[in-house]
Design a protein around this ligand. Structure first.
Ligand SMILES: [Zn+2]
Length: 161
């Protein structure tokens, strides 16, 4: 077994997203309602011993010029939300990340997704409607090695409550 550095041990210990099934169901419904456009929005959560507890989400208008293929968080909704969340205490609900949907692609970050300015947020989720009746959600952490231009992504494990 390869030796893990302290930081990767730390990451491995924080690799779970816990979520209520009912929350996911409402979230999927929202994404389905926006088809054929990509839906996008914010995720909220609290720290858990092994990762994060997903406590909520909020849809944000997709302001992209071609919303069938891209998403742009409408700054009129997104910026005030980021400002409000910038001060928070440990244990509080906080801005956990960004989500968007892939109307017809797998839930894997695209090259454009990895250009995001918001890579420092703990979580980026993608809901895929490849099979519209059976949406698939995937959660990632985007990371950038120092000196590296491109972002990498690592999956979280989704565990249902
Ligand atoms: Zn995408």
């Amino acid at each position: 077994m390869p030796h893990l550095s302290a930081s990767s041990q730390q990451l491995a210990a924080q690799s779970v997203i816990w979520a209520e099934n009912s929350l996911l169901t409402e979230w999927f419904t929202y994404g389905r309602e926006q088809l054929p456009y990509e839906a996008c929005g914010a995720l909220f959560g609290r720290r858990a011993a092994d990762g994060w507890l997903l406590t909520g989400w909020r849809g944000i208008n997709n302001a992209a010029v071609n919303p069938e293929e891209q998403f742009t968080l409408d700054p009129l909704q997104w910026v005030p939300l980021v400002m409000k969340q910038s001060v928070c205490m440990p244990g509080d609900e906080q801005l956990l990340g960004v989500f968007h949907t892939h109307p017809a692609a797998a839930p894997i970050p695209s090259a454009a997704d990895l250009q995001t300015t918001w890579h420092a947020l703990p979580c980026h989720a993608i809901i895929s409607f490849c099979s519209p009746g059976k949406p698939l959600a995937a959660f990632y952490r985007y990371t950038r090695a120092s000196g590296d231009i491109s972002l990498q992504f690592e999956p979280y494990t989704l565990k249902l409550l």
